[in-house]
Design a protein around this ligand. Structure first.
Ligand SMILES: NC(=O)c1ccc[n+]([C@@H]2O[C@H](COP(=O)([O-])OP(=O)(O)OC[C@H]3O[C@@H](n4cnc5c(N)ncnc54)[C@H](OP(=O)(O)O)[C@@H]3O)[C@@H](O)[C@H]2O)c1
Length: 282
């Protein structure tokens, strides 16, 4: 059993902790909350549907908690500030990490990568742990490489509250498409593609009445392809988090969710096949 620690017991952390406590391949030995949180010192079962007898610890006592529990992996769903404080302490002890927290700057992300090098630990950095969204990202890249001339439209759930921003997944899809379309545009004379390759990707918001939703539509002159992902449950992140933890607990290095799901390998195979055909995909 993989001795595991959950860092952060917010909306998502609670769902993951509940799954961990029930999963036969994991032993949830520690749950750590924010310093000074009212949860500190309380039984875990007060917050989750579990029969675990764990007592929630405070992040200020993280070293003592490690010495007592000797967990192998920590799954972090807290805040970037908390991660940047807790991760170096755990990395120094050789604890492998799954980081689901969002919102790191480029510089902060580099700090996490440095921890991997310095302490020779394993770390999965996964801003989106949904298995389905990661599959969608991978499939969309493959389609875009094969038909870069098709128009693309990304549909996503309307942002909640006063934010106008796109979801992390929608931004990632658009960024991947931009790179692929730029490469296709550069290479089109070399490979005899005469089509006009538009780099424009349209975004459309749909009302949030049926969970979180992403759809990518490729439109050609005479056909359309749509790839869609929908979820209405936070357990989707828990499934991804448990897969990532099982993947990383005895591996070293910095990984993404694509690695956990072997999508990176699929991508490499695709490029190798393309190279054999003297095609230069990006
Ligand atoms: N990767 C993904 O697929 C994915 C999916 C959903 C959310 N997220 C990201 O995960 C993060 C958490 O999301 P959420 O929805 O659970 O947010 P949330 O409900 O606000 O929970 C954040 C939790 O972090 C805990 N925390 C704060 N400082 C801490 C510290 N120093 N040490 C330990 N814990 C600390 C908080 O306190 P307590 O522990 O005391 O409650 C809080 O409950 C966000 O960055 C969010 O964007 C990622």
């Amino acid at each position: 059993m993989i001795k595991t620690c959950m860092l952060g017991l917010g909306k998502t952390g609670r769902i993951i902790a509940e799954k961990l406590a029930a999963a036969p391949e994991f032993e949830l030995v520690s749950v750590i909350c924010k310093p000074g949180s009212e949860k500190s010192g309380s039984p875990l079962k007060q917050y989750l549907n579990t029969d675990s007898d764990l007592i929630i610890a405070d992040a200020d006592t993280i070293i003592d908690e490690y010495k007592r529990k000797r967990f192998q992996v920590a799954i972090d769903f807290s805040t970037p500030e908390a991660t940047l404080k807790n991760a170096p302490i755990l990395a120094e002890k050789g604890v492998h990490l799954v980081i689901g927290t969002n919102g790191f700057s480029g510089h902060q992300l580099q700090q996490l990568k440095n921890l991997v090098q310095h302490h020779r630990i394993g770390l999965v950095y996964a801003p989106n742990l949904s298995v389905g969204i990661n599959l969608l990202l991978s499939i969309v890249k493959t389609i875009a490489r094969l038909i870069p001339n098709y128009q693309v439209e990304i549909f996503e759930t309307e942002p909640q509250g006063d934010t106008l921003s796109h979801s992390g997944a929608a931004v990632r899809i658009a960024d991947d498409l931009k790179i692929i379309k730029e490469a296709a545009k550069r290479n089109r004379y070399k490979f005899g593609r005469k089509e006009d390759i538009s780099k424009t990707v349209r975004f459309t918001s749909v009302p949030a009445n049926d969970g979180l939703f992403h759809k990518v539509r490729f439109s050609g002159e005479a056909e359309e392809i749509e790839i869609m992902h929908r979820t209405n449950s936070g357990t989707v992140y828990a499934e991804g988090a448990l897969k990532a933890a099982a993947f990383i607990f005895n591996l070293k290095g910095f990984y993404h969710m694509e690695d956990v799901l072997l999508l990176e390998r699929m991508d490499r195979d695709f490029r190798l096949a393309a190279n054999r055909l003297y095609l230069n995909f990006n």
